[in-house]
Design a protein. Structure first.
Length: 492
């Protein structure tokens, strides 16, 4: 049996999974880590905690799989995207905490760039929008706000990376400073057509080119990990942004296939093949994967808060003891009783792109109880997905089936509600850890464990099918209520 270790460094936890060549999990390690909210709309992670939890998860996964590191063919890395780190090339120590993708501190600055008419220049090159979500303005913020950092950057002393690059640097003892095309495509600094860092973009954001990692294919030779860390000098054979990882893990290899992942946020990714299709509905154009120099593109809809709203019910409001309780609560009432929750805690992502919107619970009456709020929270995830799917349909996509995954889809009520809200079939695969699986598949392709994407696609297996059962008139009435609720929280 051949084994691959997939590292999945997510927003709320670091995970590692040992997969066998059939794409089945043999052992998992997981560590949650601290979320820091130092100011309104700011979200940071401690880089050392990212690293330590990742390493501990890898060791745990190998142990649980009952193998030794030497039995692994190699490693694939997948990661929360856009999160921005800057570190010292000598010591490997970060000069500032990781600024997380959800962080909105650069909202004013990106709005200023927009008012200068720069959005179309940026969008044409990157497929993205001028929003604080992406790495470019976060990196510029560190350079401009941490004393001495810009001079050190200009002197070539520092290295920039998203989480994949930072982990690679640490795993290889500073020997590799690289990223892959999927992660690069989320920085606002990378031209998705030429597949190069773009001088015009570096000038707009004021980024010295010396900071940037080399951009490689998704499956590539990323060097070997320091043998002292895991017990063997394993080849690192793939790096992929987590949503692209899930697209691969869900075997969405044909144009028109789509997946939706429900973790902290929710991300719908639609494969558009070799064409970098532009959206007329404020969706993102992004790199799905790059194999042998050939780019497959995707349209993406990104929602910042999905599971995070459930976490807020648990940790912020203490209305529930565990995320899983939301299912029984939602089932315990016949409807949300007119309650809508708009979880715009860090603004609204696609298709609204309103960094200044803030969340609300609307339609409260004296009868409203915890069950209604829990149900409205799960429904908000479904409505937000419908916003994205409507945008994709507007761009010409055909949505008869959506493959779903991520931590939230163990909740059967949620997935049924999703099928009802979207009026489309939702398929849940046997392996819902599709993000990690995608990284393992890419590493396996690079290492010769698989010889084609077709072979990988044959391993995909459906565990459950959820079909729409709601009356159209109810579906439309409820969705109309959601659109009105969203209008109430918009900033403009
Ligand atoms: N049974 C459940 N019902 C609803 N939400 C859930 C359930 N189980 C987990 N979640 C939510 O799913 C999220 C965890 O998903 P995960 O894929 O691990 O996230 P991430 O990769 O972003 O860290 C959490 O935000 C949690 O609140
Ligand atoms: O950590 P996740 O799974 O919520 O994913 C985060 C995304 O990559 C952000 O773009």
């Amino acid at each position: 049996m051949t084994y691959i270790l997939a590292i999945d460094q997510g927003t709320t936890s670091s995970r590692a999974i040992v997969f066998n060549e059939k794409g089945r999990s043999c052992g998992t390690g997981q560590r949650e880590f601290t979320q820091h909210y130092p100011d309104d709309g700011w979200v940071e992670h401690d880089p050392e905690e990212i690293w330590e939890t990742t390493l501990a998860s890898c060791r745990e996964a190998i142990e649980k799989a009952g193998i030794s590191a030497g039995d692994l063919a190699g490693i694939g890395i997948t990661n929360q995207r856009e999160t921005t780190l800057l570190w010292d090339r000598q010591t490997g120590k970060a000069v500032y905490p990781a600024i997380v993708w959800q962080d909105r501190r650069t909202a004013e600055w990106t709005a200023k760039l927009k008012s200068q008419g720069l959005e179309s220049t940026v969008s044409k090159r990157t497929g993205l929008l001028l929003d604080p979500y992406f790495s470019g303005s976060k990196l510029a913020w560190i350079l401009d706000n941490v004393p001495g950092v810009r001079q050190r950057a200009e002197a070539g002393e520092l290295a920039f990376g998203t989480v994949d690059t930072f982990l690679l640097w640490r795993l290889t003892g500073g020997k590799q400073h690289a990223t892959d095309a999927t992660n690069a495509s989320r920085t606002l600094l990378f031209n998705i057509h030429t597949q190069q860092w773009d001088k015009a973009l570096l000038d707009i954001f004021g980024i010295p080119a010396s900071l940037l990692p080399e951009v490689k294919d998704t499956g590539a030779d990323f060097g070997r990990c320091n043998p002292e860390l895991l017990g063997a000098a394993l080849p690192i054979a793939a790096m992929v942004g987590d949503q692209q990882g899930a697209t691969i893990g869900q075997a969405c290899f044909a144009p028109g296939m789509a997946k939706s992942t429900y973790g902290t946020g929710c991300f719908v990714v639609l494969n558009t093949g070799r064409e970098a299709q532009t959206s007329s509905h404020r969706l993102l154009t992004t790199v799905a994967y790059r194999i042998g120099g050939e780019v497959t593109y995707a349209l993406e809809g990104s929602i910042f808060v999905a599971g995070a709203a459930v976490q807020w019910l648990r940790d912020g409001l203490k209305l529930i003891g565990s995320a899983a309780e939301t299912q029984a609560l939602a089932e315990s009432v016949p409807s949300a009783n007119g309650v809508y929750m708009v979880p715009a805690f860090t603004g609204l992502g696609a298709p609204y792109w309103d960094p200044d919107a803030r969340g609300a619970i609307l339609g409260l009456t004296r009868d409203t109880g915890i069950a209604h709020i829990a149900r409205a929270t799960l429904e908000s995830v479904c409505y937000q997905t419908r916003d994205l799917v409507e945008a994709m349909i507007g761009d010409g996509a055909d949505f008869s089936t959506l493959r779903v995954d991520g931590g939230m889809v163990v909740n059967n009520w949620l997935v049924q509600r999703l099928a009802d809200t979207l009026a489309c079939d939702c398929e849940r695969p046997l392996v819902t850890e599709t993000t990690a699986l995608g990284a393992a598949y890419m590493a396996g392709l690079q290492l010769g464990v698989y010889d084609s994407l077709e072979k990988i696609a044959e391993l995909w297996e459906r565990e459950a099918l959820f079909q729409p059962a709601m009356k159209e008139v109810d579906r439309e009435r409820r969705y109309h209520g959601w659109r009105q609720a969203v209008e109430r929280v918009r900033s403009g």
